[in-house]
Write a protein that binds this ligand. Structure first.
Ligand SMILES: *Cc1c(COP(=O)(O)O)cnc(C)c1O
Length: 394
């Protein structure tokens, strides 16, 4: 061990990318409390309260509502690997990077996947999905509610309807929607949904809230073969989260206590107020970006509030601008993913990060960075953003 190694000090960053989002001080304080055992009776109480709070954010009454160890991807993996048996047909709507990841994970779980592509930047193509499903025994309809790679919001009702018509299970990626907008699992007929701790809930990364409907629970409990993943097997995990409280793995008490605090803050604000705040801040940011003379990637009717994708103007260097934002202003935004790499900036206004203050800061810093690149915007966008904000609640 090199005695010269210095303690690491994390700089202050303003996290305005599509996750992780800014973490409230009380959540960080909760995280820094002493570690306790995963079978400590006090932790069991924290888990019960997490489950109840999560049920409310998910709009689900299902007791199979817990948090997996791991990030949003462990939620995706867990949802699919618990439900899928080899050879099952899964219909997946793909309009971005995370829809494509669902295809990959469902295939690894043994499904025969019918991936139905639609234009990046728009909602799923229902006619195309219906056509692809015809004459197939589709067991799962899978979709991403908030496609973080493009900033598109997916209406769940038509896909839920399709799943019902096909007598299929409806699996929803709520990684970027949970805590920012309604998921409404029970009302939307969702059988499995998964998310992460570090986006709309504004906790640190490391946990993946998931929920399974009673129908999904029955299927998982009566599988013909065990869930391929020991770590994410809901039948085993529910012995730990449910009545028996038996050892399964050493879940991080620190992360659970932090998530508990983050969920408490969500409920303190109130779900409706929180969703409305995101909508208002999203409109404000979009108005500002437009006033700068920049182009938005997603038309208003399909746009998310919590992630805004901006087309990078021709001739502007993506990386140089983002490096400048980070180095000179301490602001993190993100670039494009997959086919949109180098072509999009993605600005997140998530959880505790969704504020007029942050809209103004990011617009001003982006305008200054564009001027420094010799590509001055029409306007800083700040007044337009303030105007849209003042125009108020929808
Ligand atoms: C971030 C994200 C994921 C993956 O979550 P990780 O926490 O990075 O593992 C999956 N789906 C969507 C829609 C996401 O935005």
């Amino acid at each position: 061990m090199n005695p010269q190694v210095q303690a690491f000090t994390t700089p202050e960053r303003l996290l305005l990318g599509p996750g992780p989002s800014p973490v409230a001080p009380s959540v960080l304080r909760a995280l820094a409390q002493p570690t306790i055992g995963h079978l400590d009776p006090l932790l069991l109480q924290v888990q019960d309260e997490i489950s109840a709070l999560l049920r409310s954010v998910y709009g689900s009454e299902s007791p199979w509502t817990i948090a997996f160890s791991g990030t949003g991807s462990s939620g995706m993996e867990g949802a699919l690997v618990n439900l899928i048996e080899p050879g099952d047909v899964a219909l997946v709507a793909v309009g971005g990077f995370f829809g494509a990841r669902m295809v990959d994970v469902a295939q690894r779980a043994g499904a025969r996947v019918i991936a139905v592509e639609h234009e990046w930047g728009r909602q799923a193509d229902l006619a195309k999905l219906r056509k692809a499903a015809a004459a197939e025994r589709v067991r799962f309809v899978c979709a991403v509610q908030a496609e973080t790679s493009t900033g598109v919001r997916q209406d769940l009702a038509p896909l839920s309807q399709l799943a019902r018509e096909l007598d299929a299970f409806f699996v929803v990626d709520a990684v970027t929607s949970l805590g920012c907008m309604a998921v409404d699992c029970d009302a939307q007929g969702i059988d499995a949904a998964y998310s992460c701790s570090q986006k709309g809930l504004s906790c640190v990364p490391g946990l993946a809230p998931v929920t399974f409907s009673p129908r999904a629970q029955a299927r998982i409990a009566s599988r013909t073969r065990p869930v391929q993943s020991f770590y994410l097997d809901m039948n085993l995990l529910m012995r730990f989260w449910g009545g028996e409280r038996g050892y399964h793995h050493t879940i991080s008490s620190n992360l659970l206590v932090a998530l508990h605090e983050a969920l408490r803050l969500v409920h303190l604000e109130g779900l409706e107020a929180r969703f409305e705040r995101h909508a208002r801040i999203g409109r404000s940011l979009r108005a500002g970006v437009r006033a700068m003379g920049l182009e938005l990637f997603v038309p208003d009717e399909d746009a998310l509030s919590q992630v805004t994708a901006i087309r990078i103007p021709a001739g502007v260097d993506d990386l140089r601008v983002r490096k400048r934002l980070l180095a000179e202003y301490g602001i993190e935004i993100s670039g494009g993913l997959g086919a949109q790499k180098g072509r999009l900036w993605r600005v997140g206004m998530m959880g505790s990060g969704a504020s007029l203050r942050n809209v103004v800061l990011v617009l001003d810093a982006l305008a200054a960075s564009l001027r420094a690149e010799g590509e001055p915007p029409l306007d800083s966008g700040v007044e337009a953003a303030q105007g849209a904000f003042a125009a108020g609640t929808s």
